[in-house]
Design a protein around this ligand. Sequence first.
Ligand code: SF4
Length: 488
Amino acid sequence: MCKYADEDFNRKHDQPSRIVEALAPAERKEAWRRLGIFPGGIHGEMLFSTSSCLTNVDGYYQSLALKAMRLGIAMAYQSQIINEYCQDILFGIPRPHKMRVDLGVLDPDYVNALPNGHEPFLGFAMVQLARTEEWQSKARASGAKGLRIIANIETGQEMIQRWEMDDALWGFTGNWISQEAVLASGCVDLFACDMNCSMPVDPAYAEKYKFKLLPVSDLVVFDGVADRINYMPEKAAKQAAELLDMAIANYKERRKTVEAVAGLPVTEAVVGFSTESILEALGGSLKPLLGAIKEGAIRGVAGLISCTTLRDHGNDAHSVAVAKELIKRDILVLSMGCGNAAMQVAGLCSPGAADLAGPGLKGLCRSLGIPPVLSYGTCTDTGRLADLLAAISKELGGVPVADLPVAAVAPEYMEQKATIDAVFALAFGLYTYVNPVPTVTGGPDLVRLLTQDLPGVTGGLLSVEKDAVKAVDGIAAAIEERRKRLGI
Ligand code: SF4
């Protein structure tokens, strides 16, 4: 399978991707071929789009927008779905289970090793070691009560969706912005930083709060941090042992010199929903969910895929407000990305949150024992969501994606990956709500294309709105319009 994926990634721009051919809904493939945006290999597509963006190369907004969508399609099916499938093969398909979440998972009396970023491989390897008596007794020999691996941001989401909590994988802190609070808690011994979302300011925290800050990917570099362990798959166990040795060696000095904060809030969320586990929860078929949608108990489904940003609102405030408004209107939410951490910490991924949902959604949650916001993983699970929508479209007899009562929702997008996720959602034919206002307002033609004309192109539509209630008014109206098109 790796060979097949590798060959596909390396297909040229003009050689159609076999992965997209195998996974995308037939109606979407036809639309993408018609628009000339059926992609080749992801590497070729990246080369083609970045070359197009150079000065005086492609000067036509429509063409650039279509090229961005083409890149988005390649990204969702090749980078994202394959990444998630491979992690499922290696570490297990996510299945619902409880997980401790929020800053209270940090206890200063333990050796706390925190993998951070988007790639969970060394994090999983550390958990495997921390689950052995050998490593727990090493930690105790340093004066600590034991050794804990604490999951953070998307590396953490990948881990907690798949593996159950126990004394070694203790819990999950939160999103990328809560990283500063995590580091200033005085509870951290090791912050191991893979691919992204570790901040340039982290070395200042490491100096003040006496923890080992270590890049574990050659992509990650900090000013003034010379030590590193670049992750190599075949050496993962050895590298994880080196990391845990560093964490344990750090403990005594930290406890001696840093005043730690203890007793921060902690709650429990249900995590680990995937297409497979949703099907299992529904008794092996999508029919109960589709039945609830057809009857109107659930008006539709929103895929909330978001980062976190302080640009317009406080940390996660807008994401939580949007999600609460959605469930109040009987719209089931599947959450991904740092926005998923927002949902978990706010208690919306707990069965008790059904009380905040409208009567129809509340009834479904109660009968299935699920929360109204399903923790569906990371921002790289957008591809997995497309896969679920393809299954729904097929179950309904090949209904075009643009006619399904679903929407993509990014209340606090920030990173480039979130931008390309939104671009993919538009190519996929989804009503796509984003906030903050993207940096496209200097191009009125492009704004018109994305916010008005796109339904006649891909079926998607971009919605921009700072107010949570007005944003959900738009999402709900789009869902109702699609219900009408389906005759339900
Ligand atoms: S969801 Fe966004 S902010 Fe969070 S780790 Fe991923 S890219 Fe970074």
